[in-house]
Design a protein around this ligand. Structure first.
Ligand code: SF4
Length: 72
């Protein structure tokens, strides 16, 4: 499998994201913030090489706003 094949889809519940920015600080390769500091990565597809980063960001979110959907 190519490193570029998407294995996860990031889901961010914007209704509970509180803009702590921890996801983007710990895993900037996966998580970006919008101009107000809220996570703007809902729908982002992640390849296998970034799986651990995606999981780290999801784990560290104090609001549990991030979930990861397996693709396929
Ligand atoms: S760590 Fe959680 S609450 Fe903070 S910006 Fe990221 S998704 Fe939002």
């Amino acid at each position: 499998m190519s490193d570029e094949v998407a294995v996860l889809t990031v889901r961010v519940d914007r209704s509970i994201c509180a803009g702590h920015a921890l996801c983007a600080m710990r895993a900037p390769e996966v998580y970006e913030l919008d101009a107000e500091g809220f996570c703007a990565s809902d729908g982002r597809q992640v390849s296998a090489v970034l799986r651990q980063k995606a999981e780290l960001g999801a784990r560290i979110c104090p609001e549990a706003a991030i979930t990861l959907e397996e693709i396929g």
